[in-house]
Each structure stands twice: as C-alpha cells, then as structure tokens.
Design a protein around this ligand. Structure first.
Ligand SMILES: Nc1nc2c(c(=O)[nH]1)N[C@H]1C(S)=C(S)[C@@H](COP(=O)(O)OP(=O)(O)OC[C@H]3O[C@@H](n4cnc5c(=O)[nH]c(N)nc54)[C@H](O)[C@@H]3O)O[C@H]1N2
Ligand SMILES: Nc1nc2c(c(=O)[nH]1)N[C@H]1C(S)=C(S)[C@@H](COP(=O)(O)OP(=O)(O)OC[C@H]3O[C@@H](n4cnc5c(=O)[nH]c(N)nc54)[C@H](O)[C@@H]3O)O[C@H]1N2
Ligand code: SF4
Ligand SMILES: [Mo]
Length: 752
C-alpha cells in the first residue's frame, strides 16, 4: 500500500456503552476523518460528539507513548524492559515483606470497553492473589449485579428494556440523552426513545432533575434523591392492593410472590409520599398505568444504584417488570443472548449454582464483606491510611482514576501518596497516576482490535461486531494484553523475562481444555489440541484468538465445523459493519442459573434489608435540607476526556445547579462562585440558577478537578472545574452491595 493511499475501516467506538459504529478514514498513519458508520447494523450512522474525537485522543500530545518511571520525584521515559524491571524491583519486596494482601488492585471503567482487559485482567488479578480487589463497579452498578444475581442466578443476568418494541417505559435515575444509556446497550437511544413516542408509546422519567430525557418524555416525576426504593415499593404495594398483579407466561417460574406482597404491605403510597416528594395519587396512577399498558418496561440506572438503597431499588425495578407480566416478553424487559462468553449461556440451562452474596473476606477496618470478589472502593483509602497489621502498601491501577471518581477523594489522594509502591496501566499522567512509581501506557484505541464482550451481554438487540486495529502498533507501542500478562508474570513470580506468547498459549489451551471437558459445553468432547491448532492458524494469538474461541463455542458459533453457518471471527471480519443476530427473545427458563431453577422474586437478603428502609422512612428531615446529586454532559466521559479541546471548549460545564427558590434563600447568584460543603470536604464552583433541579437539590457533575500539581493534562488544566467527590462521603454505602453513595449527599451552599 502506498503511504499516501487513503483507506477506510470500520470500528466500534469504545467510549461508552452505546457501541456506535465508526467509519475511520486514514492516510498512512494519519487520521483523515472519523464519522458514524451508516451501514453499521446496530447504530446506522449515529454517533455523539465524542465518537469522532478518537482522532484527537489518538493525536493528543499528552497521551503517554512510552513507559514512565518516577525516581526521587522526577519522571523519566524509559524502555519497556527497564519499566518492568522497575516494577519487579518495587513490587516484589512489598509482597515478600508484607504478603500478597498488602498489594491492592483497582480496575477502572474503560476496562469494560476493552477486549484486552476483558480477557486478560483476570490473569493479573489471579497472579496477584490479593484479597484487596477494588473496581469502579462499587461506585456504579454493583447493586444491579447483586439484585440480578439473587433473582436470576448470575450477576450479569440483567434484563434490559425492549425499547424498540415497548409501549410504556419508566426510566429512573438515568439520562440517556447525555449518557447514551447504561446497562442497556443501544446506540442512538435518543432516537429510539423518540420513535417509541412516535408510535404512541409513553415515557415517564423519575429524576430529581428535569433532564433532557425528562423534557423529551411524557411525564417527569421529580423524586427526592435516594427514595426510589420507597417509591417502587409503593408501586408494588399498589399492584397487590388493587389486584393488578399478573405474571403472565412466567407464573410457573416465579417463586416468592406472596413474600413480596407481604413485604410491600407497610409501604402504602400515602405513607411514603412525603419522603419521596411524590403525591400518593401519582404513585397509584403510575402503578395502574404500568399494569394497564399492553407492554411496559421499568428501567433504573445510576441514580438508583449510587444511593443508600441501591440494591433494593435495583431489585424492585425487576419485581415491577415481573408483577406486570413484562419480564421476559417482547416489549418488556428481556435477557439478551450474546454471542460470546456469557455465564448465562454456559453450563446446564435452567438452573445452576446460584449467586452467593457474601464473600468470606471482610475489610480490615470496617469489616465490610466482599461482593463478587471485591471490596467496596469506598474503603480503599482507609485500608491504606489506617495503621496496623494488614495495611495496603502497594496499589496497581488499570484504567482507573479513583482520585476523581470515588467518595471522599481528598482522603484517597493523600492515602495514595503514602504508598510504598504504585503501578498504573493508563494513558495519562493524571490525578491518580501521578502517585505511581511506574506508568505503563496502553495504546490508543485505534491500535486495538475490539469486540464488546461485556456490553453485548446487555444489548437491546443481539449483535456481534469485530473491530480490526486501525493501525498496527509502532515500535514503542505494546498491546495492553501483553502488558497485563507481563505484570501478571512478575506478580506471580515468573520474572520479567517471561515468554508472553508461551503464557498466552497456555491460557488458551487451559480454556479450551475446560470447555471440551465440560458435558454441557457446545464443543464438548472435541480434541483440545486440534482446536488450539485451528484457532492459531496464520499466527493469530492474544485477544483475537481467544475471542474466536468464545464465538465458535458460543450460542451462535460454528462449533469448529459442526455448525457450518455458525459464527467465527473470520465471519465477523468478512462483515465489517457487524452481524445482526436478531431482536431479543424470551429466554426463561433456560437463562436461569438459580439453585431452584425459579426466578427468586423475594430473596431473603433483600427482604432482610427492608428494616433499613423502614428506619429511613422514620428519619427526620430538615425543611432546608440540600441534597447533592450528579449529572453527566454529552461531551464528558467520566474523568478522562477533558483533555480533548473540542469537548471542553465553550460554556463552562462544571457548575453547581441551584433551584431559584434555594438561590434566594442561600444568597447565591447565577454566574457567581459558591462554596459547597459536606461532612467530608469543601469545593467552590460557579452557580447556575436553574429550575431544572428540584428545590432542595443541587447538582454537580463528577470527573472534574484537574488542578492537581504534578499531572500532565494541558487542556484539562486550563478549565479544571472542581471534584464533586471531595464532597461525597465514604462512610455511607449501600450495605448489601458495598456500593458507594454518590447521590443525595447532604451539603450546605454559601456565597464565596
Ligand atoms: N456523556 C457521558 N456519557 C456517559 C458517561 C459520562 O461520564 N458522560 N459515563 C458512562 C458511565 S460510566 C455510566 S455508568 C453511564 C451512566 O448513565 P446514566 O445512568 O444515564 O447516568 P446519568 O446521565 O448520570 O443519569 C443519572 C440520573 O440520575 C439522577 N439521579 C440522581 N440521584 C437520583 C435518585 O436518587 N433517584 C433518581 N431516580 N434519580 C437520581 C441524576 O439527576 C441523573 O439525571 O453513563 C455512561 N455514559
Ligand atoms: N460523584 C460521582 N462519582 C462517580 C460517578 C457519578 O455519577 N458521580 N460515576 C461513577 C461511575 S459510573 C464510574 S464508571 C466511575 C469511573 O471511575 P474510574 O474508572 O476510576 O475513572 P474514569 O474517569 O473512567 O478513568 C479512567 C482511567 O482510564 C484511563 N484510560 C482510558 N483509556 C484507557 C485504556 O484504553 N487503557 C488503560 N489502561 N487506561 C485507559 C484514563 O486515563 C483514566 O485514568 O466513576 C464513578 N464516580
Ligand atoms: S454515543 Fe458512546 S459509543 Fe456512540 S459515539 Fe458517543 S461515545 Fe461513542
Ligand atoms: Mo459507570
């Protein structure tokens, strides 16, 4: 190919959960243009303003290209070999002197959008052998994993609303017009929601703020933050009280209906109305509407998870879907059937080991249990800064920026500075990685092959789409999976000079042997060595080879020739715009992995948590309370896209929203700075007076606060904003899931 030849390739945007198709035009190693792929089978050309900025991200001079080592407080670029030698030199003594549990690991959000990490991060975690595992999940969706796990048997068995077919959609605590959807993979959700209404459907949005999603809906319910569990309980109460419950087809698969009825008994709409700030009549009417709609779906997202009753609220969302006969039917909430590697497509269909809520491990300081093998990230700082036996002394972060994204971040910031050793796999020298001793850079997304292994498990259509690397890695770039394996080798004692390819071969062989040895696998009984040879043709290895295996042994797979029309990676490569595997279909009972083989509508652990909800109802509330909630902007992506000029220019986005009535009372003015203070911290921000927030609620976006000395984010530093997580309180968590509480934080606001 001539160096100036213009070529076009197609890939999936890895920035958010919407999985939009991109058309990337390049000349040599230069990116000419990125725009929406009109032929993408799922997104049909839709992108948001972030999609095309993969070009700016790729070209960002601040993005790290070479490993960085800090000695005596001074950073220098080093070779990969030198960097890994430094990792070994710093990490192994911590393990030798203090044991494996002295090393913690924190896994951030972009790993969910990253095939290398999807497939290889487990190796690193296993090799570390530490109980101190943390991730962004406990400031995000952990409550939903817990409720889904208890009800349906696996943590990823989360029903998604069938937005393309439903007649009625109730959205709680989500703003897809800004976020493009979450735990619901659906490119162009704004367009799909508009279509829903155009075909006569109805949308109700429950949110303390009148968001863009709310203004585009039929009804906005401005709920008081943190009260969704009460609101949903009152709807459940109404359905039973007014004899509107009907499980439909699922009746024979549902256990615990009577227990739910009994549990909802004390939560009449009239009793919770004040606490929720929603009139009882509205709650009753909404319950009736939900029951009466030909099809309906209830959907809750981050606003319902990052609160004190996150798991209860997440549970009740699916209870409502079940009680109204909308679970697992067209137009309701359905379980996707993804092409590769989902726990609910593997093993014997219909029942399983179930979901074990409590890990045996507990945190040292607060004695909180692990959930899904993780400790709550809200405890990370105290596990570092509390002296004593068992203290964390080293940390590895992969694609995470907890200094901006987790509660009481100032405390974590200080704690990280005190570590004996910190290693980061990241693309920036930012608020978190500045504390590292070694930063190992991941390549630009355009240098990666990609497949949304995790997000397709939550997609509103069954889709499979492979993105080939747009560029081959250049001399200095090391694929992220190789970095993760090399780190794993060092942590596991295999040394810095491990043969990564040989390690990768072993990992694949082990996976293939497990599958062929399992009676219920689709490749049961086949010859493992032959399969490995077939998968390794043409030198294929790493994530692409492992993905090929998962696809071929998955529900649509070719089973290595036994299903000749089935999916293979080669087939995906031949379909650069993706393959549409059809709309979601009913999957109960096959999808279930509970021990009973039933949908557990009333898990004991959840019923046991209702005391807390009762106590909350009785908690006194001040008339002048101010509760902090978050918000997202279409041009943001958590904390790490603020170094892209086109996304941060224009109007200041990091402001505090204050209702006009509150502004008068608090003596704060539009455009003027205000001081916001919580139990744990204080920040200052310009005020934006707006009636889009409910009185008594103030809103600040998260992911800002790029004013730390010692980072290298030139664009972000020009408009740093302030970090809302300086205000969020690590001492409050959702007890069942260990999830941090980021919403409904009591604050005071005063003029500066
Ligand atoms: N542009 C952009 N897109 C993103 C991201 C981003 O940072 N920017 N982040 C991505 C990530 S990691 C995620 S997890 C998703 C999240 O996706 P969404 O869940 O859609 O997130 P938000 O847009 O923050 O919407 C949450 C809404 O909950 C409301 N809320 C706050 N507290 C409560 C409450 O107590 N009850 C109720 N009912 N509502 C409440 C807030 O006002 C807010 O409007 O977005 C993803 N997409
Ligand atoms: N107050 C408040 N706080 C919140 C939220 C909220 O709504 N309100 N939302 C929470 C949610 S939903 C989430 S998911 C978390 C996110 O929390 P985190 O995952 O901790 O933070 P991110 O901002 O996503 O930072 C991602 C990091 O990954 C790096 N990175 C980007 N791409 C790559 C890559 O390809 N490889 C590697 N190795 N690194 C990469 C970036 O430079 C950055 O350092 O924040 C949470 N925090
Ligand atoms: S909506 Fe999400 S996936 Fe689509 S272009 Fe924007 S950031 Fe990328
Ligand atoms: Mo998230």
């Amino acid at each position: 190919m001539a160096p100036d030849e213009v070529t076009t390739s197609y890939r999936t945007c890895p920035l958010c959960e919407a999985t939009c198709g991109l058309e990337v035009t390049v000349r040599g190693r230069e990116i000419v243009r990125i725009r929406g792929d009109r032929d993408d089978v799922f997104s049909h050309g839709y992108i948001c303003p972030k999609g095309s900025t993969l070009k700016q991200l790729h070209e960002d001079p601040d993005r790290l290209r070479r490993p960085m080592v800090k000695r005596d407080g001074v950073w220098s670029e080093v070779s990969w070999d030198e960097a890994f030698a430094e990792v070994e030199r710093r990490l192994l003594p911590v393990i030798e002197d203090h044991g494996r549990d002295a090393v913690a690991v924190y896994i951030g959000n972009p790993t969910a959008h990253n095939l290398d990490a999807n497939l290889y991060i487990g190796q690193l975690i296993a090799a570390l052998g530490t109980e101190h595992r943390y991730s962004a999940s406990t400031v995000d969706q952990m409550p939903k994993h817990v409720s889904a796990g208890l009800m349906f048997g696996t943590a990823i068995s989360i029903p998604v609303p069938d937005v393309d077919h439903t007649d009625y959609l109730m959205i709680l605590g989500a703003n897809p017009f800004a976020s493009n959807g979450s735990l619901m993979t659906a490119p162009d959700l704004p367009g799909r929601l508009k279509e829903l209404r155009a075909r006569g459907g109805r949308i109700v949005v429950v949110d303390p703020r009148r968001t863009k999603t709310a203004t585009e809906a039929d009804e906005h319910v401005a709920i008081r933050p943190g009260t969704d569990a009460l609101f949903l309980m009152a709807m459940v109460h109404t359905l039973f009280a007014e004899d509107l419950v009907s499980f439909g087809r699922l009746a024979e698969w549902v256990a615990g209906g009577d227990d739910v009825k009994a549990a909802a008994e004390p939560f009449a709409p009239e009793r919770v109305a004040d606490a929720c700030g929603v009139p009882a009549g509205d709650i009753r009417r909404l319950a009736r509407e939900l029951a009466a709609a030909p099809t309906a779906a209830v959907y809750g997202r981050i606003g319902t998870c990052t609160q004190e009753f996150g798991t209860l609220a997440s549970w009740l969302v699916d209870v409502l879907n079940a009680l109204t006969g909308n679970l697992d039917r067209r137009g309701g909430a359905l379980f996707p059937l993804p092409a590769a590697g989902s726990p609910n497509t593997e093993g014997p269909p219909g029942s399983g080991r179930g979901f074990k809520l409590r890990g045996i491990r507990r945190t040292r300081v607060r004695s909180l249990p692990s959930v899904l093998g993780e400790f709550p990230v809200a405890t990370l700082a105290e596990e570092i800064d509390t002296p004593g036996e068992g203290r964390i002394r080293a940390l590895i972060t992969v694609a995470g920026n907890p200094v901006l994204s987790t509660p009481n971040s100032d405390r974590l910031d200080a704690a990280l500075a005190s570590l004996d050793c910190m290693i980061s796999v990241d693309i920036y020298l930012n608020e978190t990685t500045q504390h590292a001793d070694v930063i190992l850079p991941a390549p630009s997304p355009l240098v990666k092959g990609h497949f949304d292994l995790l997000l397709y498990r939550l997609a509103i259509r069954n889709v499979a789409n492979w993105s080939p690397p747009t560029f081959e890695p250049d001399n200095d770039e090391v694929p992220e999976w190789r970095t993760l394996l090399r780190l794993a080798a060092i942590a596991g004692g295999l040394g810095v000079n491990v043969d990564v390819d040989a390690l990768d071969d072993q990992i694949l062989l082990a996976a293939v042997q497990r599958a062929v040895g399992s009676e219920t696998s689709r490749v049961s009984g086949l010859d493992a060595d032959a399969l490995v040879a077939e998968l390794s043709r043409c030198g294929r290895r790493g994530p692409a080879r492992m993905l090929d295996f998962l696809l071929r042994s998955g529900p649509y797979g070719d089973r290595f020739g036994h299903q000749p029309d089935g999916l293979t990676l080669d087939r995906l490569i031949a379909h650069p715009h993706g393959i549409d595997l059809g709309p979601l279909e009913a999957r109960v009972p096959a999808v279930l992995r509970t021990e009973s083989g039933q949908i557990e509508l009333a898990p004991e652990a959840l019923l046991g948590d209702l005391n807390r909800l009762e106590d909350f109802l009785e908690r006194p509330r001040a008339d002048d309370e101010l509760l902090l909630v978050g918000r997202r902007d279409l041009r943001s992506n958590n904390s790490w896209m603020h170094n892209i000029d086109v996304l941060v220019k224009g109007k200041e986005r990091c402001t505090v929203h204050v209702h006009p009535n509150d502004a008068i009372r608090l003596l704060v003015e539009d455009g003027k700075p205000a001081r916001i203070t919580s139990r744990v911290g204080t920040i200052e921000l310009p005020v934006e007076v707006t009636d889009s927030v409910r009185p008594g609620v103030v809103s600040i976006p998260h992911g800002w606060g790029h004013d730390h000395d010692g980072t290298n984010l030139h664009v972000a530093a020009r408009r740093p904003g302030a970090n809302s997580n300086v205000l969020t309180d690590e001492s409050i968590i959702d007890v069942l899931s260990g999830n941090g509480v980021l919403s409904g934080i009591p604050v005071s606001v005063e003029p500066v």
